[in-house]
Unconditional design. Structure first.
Length: 180
C-alpha cells in the first residue's frame, strides 16, 4: 500500500523532476529578466535563462510522453494503478516546475540572496509547488484524482531527498556549481 503510493508519487512527479536538471545541462544564453534590476537586485538573475526554461519544459514533456507510452506495461509489471498524463498535465507539470523555480529565484533576489545562494526548503520544493499549482489549475479533475493527500505527503517527503541526491551528483560531475 505504501509502496503503491510511493510508485504513483514518483511516476506522477517525474515530468516535474526532470526539467530543472535538464535546465542545468542546457542553461546559458540570454537571462529571462534581460538584466533588469528591482530594488537594487536582479529581477531573477543570470541563473534563469530562456534556453534552460524552454529545454527543461520540453524535456519534461518528453518524459511524460515516454511514461504514457509504457504505462500499460508498467501497471502490469508493478501491479500499481499508475496514472496516464492528459495533454494538460504533459505541459503543466514541467512548465509549472520551471515556473516554480523561477518564482523561487525572484524571492531569493528580493531577500538579498545572490545567484546560487541556498534557500533551504524553497530550493527543494519550489518546483513541486509550481507543478502542483499548475496541474490543479489546468487539469483539476486529473490532479485531484492523482495527487491525493497521501501522494502529496509522499512527494513532499521524498522530493527533498531525491533533489539533494541529484544535485550532489550534478555537483560531483561538475555540471552544477553548488550541491543544492
Ligand atoms: N538554469 C537555466 N535556466 C533555468 C534554470 C536553470 O539556465 N530556468 C541553469 C543555469 O545555468 C543555472 C543552473 O541551471 O545557473 C542551476 O540552476 P539553479 O540552481 O536553479 O540556479 P542558480 O544559478 O543557483 O540561481 P538561483 O540562485 O537563482 O537559483
Ligand atoms: Mg541554485
Amino acid at each position: 500500500m505504501l509502496l503503491d503510493v510511493i510508485a504513483v508519487a514518483l511516476w506522477a512527479m517525474l515530468p516535474a523532476y526532470v526539467p530543472n536538471n535538464a535546465a542545468v545541462l542546457a542553461g546559458g544564453g540570454r537571462p529571462i529578466d534581460g538584466g533588469r534590476v528591482l530594488g537594487g537586485a536582479r529581477l531573477l538573475g543570470d541563473g534563469k535563462t530562456w534556453r534552460g526554461a524552454i529545454v527543461g519544459t520540453l524535456v519534461g514533456a518528453a518524459v511524460a510522453l515516454v511514461l504514457n507510452a509504457v504505462v500499460v506495461s508498467a501497471r502490469g509489471f508493478l501491479g500499481v494503478e499508475l496514472p496516464r498524463f492528459p495533454p494538460a498535465a504533459i505541459v503543466g507539470l514541467p512548465a509549472g516546475a520551471i515556473l516554480g523555480d523561477i518564482a523561487a529565484s525572484f524571492l531569493k533576489r528580493r531577500s538579498g540572496r545572490e545567484r546560487g545562494a541556498s534557500f533551504p526548503v524553497l530550493d527543494q520544493l519550489d518546483f513541486v509547488a509550481g507543478a502542483l499549482v499548475a496541474v490543479y489549475l489546468i487539469a483539476p479533475g486529473w490532479a485531484a484524482a492523482t495527487f491525493t493527500p497521501a501522494v502529496i505527503a509522499t512527494v513532499v517527503v521524498l522530493t527533498p531527498l531525491l533533489h539533494l541526491a541529484t544535485n550532489v551528483i550534478g555537483y560531483q560531475l561538475g555540471v552544477k556549481a553548488e550541491p543544492w
